[in-house]
Design a protein around this ligand. Structure first.
Ligand code: SF4
Length: 421
């Protein structure tokens, strides 16, 4: 979501992006507030531009995103070298903010939620890129007790189907072959009687669109209509990211996740009945306040039962203004215990991911070639239907094409293979 917003910021400015702060007329740090660490990273990144701004007072320096929304006005006081603070919903107002600063040299805070044309600014698209994001929704109506998103991104607003399809078609016309629909709870999307399954079916009709992905799905919003669409629309990739967060019903209830462990595993069974080779990844929070050794064991047993393809796991991080930040110090899990649990879970996941990658050796995978491999320019890189990175020897003319690759090696984070001609 942040990456998408950064690309919208680039487009809103209609300016040539540069990675070199010295050359830039405008420097914007787009921030994430999901965990304390990300939040702190934003401040240290901004601090780096203090002397640059002092030596070049005409440079405009701003902070955007969820940290901007969370602290608003306070940031101007804390950081005298910044010119503006911009919440994630206010990106369409950026051009006006910049011209006001240039004209009046007045520092600005724009964190309102009531922006009329929320989806007006589409993201910057780098020429030649074959994958693209399309936002279908902003904000979230759920109230998970640990999560700051509804506070900083506001309530759920769904984008009209027509506009989603127009942006998708525009991207496909620019050479994009794989679209990822994004929303905080993407599968709760709805508009005028249309539900998420209908959106998938409509996207399946877009000419020359080869692959459809979507993230992040909320377990409780998985419906029969959605599962049927995933089964029927051939462009839908067989990978689903479905955050579970914990294997303990007690913890799930404290998190207000609105489902039980049984409900979650039954949902995975329903999905796999429809799409037998579906790969599933997840998110886990370790050390939620009150998590006991028994609760953690239940999370581990869920990991063993489902065998997720991969998982993003983090230690609980109390976020200001959320219900879970109100627990007393005694209810917080000892950081050392939480770290030990996290290491155990991550070591287990590493083995499973490696095992699953090894199980692909000898198979022929379809890969959408995205570009040269980051580590070796002799190799091309792309993703399989199941969202695994697959690197293989090939020449640049294959970028943007879907090719067949025979897997020869299964590594921890990727696969290697040989082009099948
Ligand atoms: S559904 Fe996701 S974004 Fe919404 S409150 Fe829960 S964790 Fe946050």
């Amino acid at each position: 979501m942040n990456e998408y917003d950064s690309d919208r910021i680039k487009n809103a400015l209609d300016a040539e992006p540069t990675d070199d702060p010295k050359k830039a007329d405008i420097i914007i740090i787009n921030t994430c507030a999901i965990r304390e660490k990300a939040d702190q990273k934003a401040f240290s990144s901004l601090g780096k531009f203090k002397s640059l701004k002092a030596n070049n007072p005409d440079k405009i320096v701003g902070i955007a995103g969820c940290v901007a929304q969370l602290y608003g006005e306070k940031l101007l006081k804390r950081m005298p070298h910044i010119d503006f603070v911009l919440g994630p919903r206010a990106i369409p107002k950026l051009p006006d903010i910049i011209s006001n600063i240039e004209r009046e040299k007045r520092r600005t805070v724009e964190t309102s939620y009531d922006i009329e044309e929320l989806f007006e600014i589409e993201p910057y698209h780098k020429e030649g890129k074959v994958t693209g994001f399309v936002s279908v929704q902003q904000g979230c109506n759920k109230r998970c007790t640990y999560c700051i998103v509804p506070q900083v991104r506001g309530n759920e607003v769904n984008r009209p189907l027509k506009d989603i399809l127009t942006e998708t078609t525009n991207l496909v016309n620019k050479g994009v072959r794989e679209i990822t629909f994004i929303g905080q709870t993407v599968n709760s999307w709805k508009e005028n009687g249309y539900k998420f399954g209908d959106l998938i079916r409509a996207a399946g009709e877009v000419e020359n669109l080869e692959r459809i992905r979507f993230t992040t799905s909320y377990p409780r919003d998985i419906t029969k209509r959605m599962i049927d669409a995933m089964k029927d629309v051939p462009q839908v990739c067989h990978h689903l990211h479905l955050p579970v967060q914990s294997g303990s019903d007690k913890v799930l209830s404290m998190m207000k996740r609105t489902y039980t462990r049984q409900w979650y595993t039954d949902t995975i069974s329903r999905l796999k009945d429809a799409v037998p080779d579906l790969s599933v990844s997840t998110d886990i929070i370790i050390g939620f306040p009150g998590e006991t050794g028994q609760d953690f064991e239940e999370t581990m047993s869920l990991m063993k039962e489902v065998e997720f393809e991969s998982s993003y796991s983090f230690k609980f991080s109390p976020r200001p203004g959320t219900a879970a930040a109100e627990y007393s110090a005694e209810e917080m899990v000892d950081p050392q215990i939480a770290s030990a649990r996290l290491s155990e879970l991550q070591a287990f996941q590493k083995d499973i991911t490696e095992k699953k990658n090894l199980s692909r050796v000898g198979l022929i995978e379809k890969v959408l070639v995205e570009g040269e491999s980051r580590n070796d320019p002799n190799f091309l890189s792309g993703r399989t239907d199941h969202n695994r990175i697959l690197n293989f020897k090939g020449t640049k003319e294959l970028v943007g094409k879907t090719v067949k690759v025979k897997v020869s090696e299964g590594l921890l984070n990727s696969l290697r293979g040989e082009l099948v001609v």
